[in-house]
Design a protein around this ligand. Structure first.
Ligand SMILES: [Zn+2]
Length: 453
């Protein structure tokens, strides 16, 4: 009698426990696309597509991806969510964006240097106020999520408060976000400069506070060579050597006048990129935005130092900066990610960024395939940040950041998609006609953080 009672209790308990553990497993049925390598190099070996697929997630991590028919059997007890007819891809990675410039996107008429003085610097002044910066951070992160972007490498302003606000806001979703305080001690208004000493101590305090906290990471962020003295670049290099796992995030060779200016400011260096290399700021965790006017020899140095480039097509076109040589850079072995570069960039949408990337490459007489575009916006971005062991694909154990996409969210994309015969064509239509209206849901750390209304 007593034994039967105990056995009954044990069985009830074990049933309860197993139902508890299975309840934590969620499985999403949809068409699923992800990359395991660069399709330009590895062809069809580089990507996996499951027309009727399933993505299984447990405790914020990818458990398995595959055909629905196989995984349905294996994870019968999981909570199944049906997105049949939609597409799931890994969350987009934006490798270069300025959150304080969100409010000044679409500013008319100038090229880089005038644009900075006329629009950017007066706007960035406001971010000394933590509460203001926090409100703007909330708006910014909402824009990322509604566009399916789950990781970004982000410029703050010169004020440490701007970084605290951004990281506090990203913490609400446990996002994998990289950011940093701008270092800038010359050629900018008095109200927006620091010094070599304060930029060092403030950046160091932010690194100690935020770098590696949950999923957050810190980037040492000199704005660009013209706004830092040699003393400040030395301080930035010192920070990098003291905290080697941090990132370096800056701009290089965006605009011809800027390149000429750097030459006059650093006549002893062989070129723009050499300035950064000289101060110890090149390396496998260094991301340089633009690189439009880098020479072939500079591409070689970038490849040799394992540095990455953020390709920002909407910005390069908007500011009239020039056409980035995507294929030559990648053929050198340089890792390239896509960046929106808002507010010189004109959209938070990585779909629209891919759209403009295609045109930049077309203007140089080459073709950027839809598969390679989606690779660059996901795994390529993760690789350029050295984070491909954590994000950018649905490898088992990766962090479960992903996007559910509606192929035909507008009348036009619906009409055109209906005529698509191949996956490649469907993806091309999506990136050409798509925008935030096509993002149905966004998941960060296994949790839904956005759903279209
Ligand atoms: Zn930028």
């Amino acid at each position: 009698m007593r034994l039967t009672y105990l056995m009954g209790l044990w069985m009830a308990l074990s049933l309860f426990c197993s139902s508890q553990s299975m309840a934590a497993v969620k499985a999403y049925r949809a068409s699923i696309l992800h990359f395991v390598a660069d399709p330009a190099r590895y062809g069809d070996q580089a990507w996996q597509y499951f027309q009727d697929g399933a993505l299984v997630v447990e405790d914020g991590k990818v458990k398995e991806v595959g055909n629905h028919s196989d995984l349905w059997q294996k994870f019968r007890e999981a909570e199944w969510i049906d997105h049949s007819g939609r597409l799931i891809v890994p969350g987009f990675v934006d490798t270069h964006v300025h959150y304080p410039q969100t409010e000044m996107i679409a500013a008319y008429g100038e090229q880089l240097l005038e644009w900075l003085n006329t629009y950017t610097f007066p706007t960035e002044r406001k971010y000394k106020d933590y509460d203001y910066a926090r409100r703007q951070s909330r708006f910014f992160i909402d824009q990322l999520l509604r566009n399916g972007t789950t990781t970004a490498l982000v410029f703050g302003t010169v004020h440490p408060e701007s970084v605290d606000a951004l990281f506090d806001e990203a913490s609400r979703f446990n996002m994998r976000l990289i950011g940093g305080k701008v270092m800038m001690d010359r050629n900018a208004p008095d109200y927006l400069v620091d010094t070599p000493e304060t930029s060092y101590t403030e950046s160091k305090a932010l690194i100690q506070k935020w770098h590696g906290r949950n999923r957050l990471l810190y980037a040492i962020t000199p704005r660009f060579a013209p706004t830092s003295t040699p003393e400040q670049l030395t301080a930035a290099g010192k920070l990098k050597s003291e905290f080697p796992s941090t990132y370096v995030h800056t701009h290089v060779s965006e605009n011809p006048n800027e390149v000429a200016w750097v030459k006059s400011l650093f006549p002893e260096r062989s070129g723009y990129f050499d300035v950064y290399e000289h101060y110890g700021l090149a390396g496998d965790r260094s991301i340089f935005a633009h690189g439009v006017h880098l020479t072939d020899a500079e591409f070689d140095r970038m490849a040799a130092t394992r540095s990455s480039i953020a390709f920002c097509p909407t910005s390069n076109l908007f500011l009239g900066s020039g056409l980035f040589k995507l294929f030559p850079a990648m053929e050198k072995g340089i890792r390239v990610g896509m960046g929106t570069d808002v507010g010189a960039g004109t959209s938070f949408s990585m779909l629209q960024t891919m759209n403009e990337a295609y045109k930049v490459v077309q203007l140089q007489g080459q073709k950027l395939s839809s598969l390679q575009s989606f690779y660059l916006a996901t795994l390529g971005g993760a690789q350029s940040l050295g984070l491909d062991d954590k994000i950018g694909s649905f490898k088992t154990g990766n962090e479960a950041d992903f996007v559910v996409i509606n192929w035909g969210a507008t009348a036009l994309s619906k009409l055109r998609t209906r005529n698509s015969k191949t996956l490649q064509d469907k993806l091309f239509v999506l990136l050409t006609l798509g925008d935030d209206r096509h993002i149905f849901e966004t998941y960060v750390d296994g949790k839904r953080v956005y759903r279209a209304k």
